[in-house]
Design a protein around this ligand. Structure first.
Ligand code: 13P
Ligand code: SF4
Length: 354
């Protein structure tokens, strides 16, 4: 998208005024007009790891969504302030697991007599409350780039995993990477009493998957994969693991946003790719690699942007940077101490995974 030259100049000037006091992080799904101002770009794992890279920065401006900004606050110093340029930039998947629902689920597992054998593994795309629940019950956080190692670790601690909140990442990792069968997985529906499962089903399952999903990635279908293969002979289909199981099973490669970028960097000239992830990133990659003769298309033209990622636009970024440069702290994301303590435990378990 063309950036307004006046706003670009204002963002540049405000960033210059702030100097080392500000550190701007940008997720790969951000708009071009915003990502150009990021000091570091990455997938959710890289951004969590790098959030603490500049302890001297008073402000961390997070161009991404709410759960990422919360994680940055948890992992950075108490005197560092994390700012989200638009507070409405949430994540519909993260909203699919609330603290009350997860506490109720734990009661259900306790009644079924299995809670002490269950290790929670929560996707980064969850609220700080869910991360704290995970830490309190001996579990770990994972992202799409380390879900396999997180699950392996969890199965060394217990014999069952409660995977929150993305059923697809949980199922795809269990089946594709750990060699489990679909029958080893059950789906816990937080809107039904007992999760819609019998105690026997819970006792038999290895993976208890929370019924959450990403509304963007959930729209890629097996048909999208078949169509693109028919349209572009020799195409490599590369999708994000938040896609549905049948899509992942039909793809050639699966990985996080950072993985997708690395795979395309390493791809030979003349290769053809259909990418199943958010549109801002796919467009940027198509433009970047076209001069090298790599043909990159969007896996399904009916799937659109992540609307909440897109809420961070240049006007919001300019407003945030100018406010901070004027000494006005706006849109701070701050996790309370008690939540932070346990959420940090779970995040640190992830960062320590081999
Ligand atoms: P990555 O960790 O792969 O960047 O994914 C984050 C995300 O929100 C995908 O929808
Ligand atoms: Fe959440 Fe999906 Fe958007 Fe990622 S793409 S931030 S999972 S809604």
């Amino acid at each position: 998208s063309p950036s307004d030259p006046d706003l670009v100049a204002r963002a540049r000037a405000a960033k210059e005024r702030l100097g080392d006091k500000v550190f701007v992080l940008g997720h790969h799904y951000q708009r071009d007009e915003v990502i150009q101002f990021a000091d570091v770009t990455g997938d959710s794992f890289k951004l969590a790891r790098d959030a603490a890279a500049r302890p001297e920065a008073e402000y961390i401006v997070f161009c991404g969504v709410h759960f990422m900004a919360e994680s940055a606050d948890i992992l950075t110093g108490d005197d560092q302030k994390v700012v989200l340029p638009d507070l409405a930039a949430g994540c519909s998947m993260a909203d699919m697991a609330t603290a009350e629902q997860v506490a109720e689920c734990w009661d259900v597992l306790t009644e079924a007599g299995i809670a002490e054998r269950v290790v929670p593994v929560s996707y980064m795309n969850s609220s700080a409350d869910i991360k704290a629940f995970t830490g309190r019950h001996g579990g770990t956080i994972c992202t799409s780039s380390n879900a396999e190692r997180a699950l392996q670790w969890a199965f060394e601690q217990g014999d069952k995993v409660l995977f929150l909140p993305d059923q697809h990442l949980g199922r795809n990792t269990a089946v594709r990477d750990l060699g489990m069968s679909l029958d080893d997985c059950v789906l816990y529906n937080p809107h039904k009493p007992g999760g819609g499962l019998t105690a026997q089903q819970l006792r038999d399952a290895k993976m208890i998957l929370w019924r959450g999903h990403c509304s963007v990635h959930g729209r890629f279908s097996l048909e999208s994969v078949e169509d693109v293969r028919a349209r572009i002979p020799g195409v490599n289909v590369l999708v994000h693991p938040e896609c549905r199981h049948e899509v992942v099973a039909a793809a050639d490669q699966v990985g996080s946003t950072e993985y997708i970028i690395k795979a395309l960097e390493a791809a030979p000239a003349g290769s053809k790719w259909a990418i199943g992830t958010e549109l801002n990133l796919v467009r940027r990659l198509a433009n970047r690699f076209a001069p090298e003769g790599k043909e990159i298309v969007f896996l399904d033209r009916t799937v659109c942007f992540c609307s909440t990622m897109n809420r961070i636009d240049l006007p919001h970024l300019v407003w945030a940077l100018e406010s901070l440069a004027d000494g006005k702290l706006v849109n701070r994301i701050e996790v309370d101490r008690e939540t932070e303590r346990y959420a940090k435990l779970a995040l640190e378990r992830m960062l320590a995974l081999p």
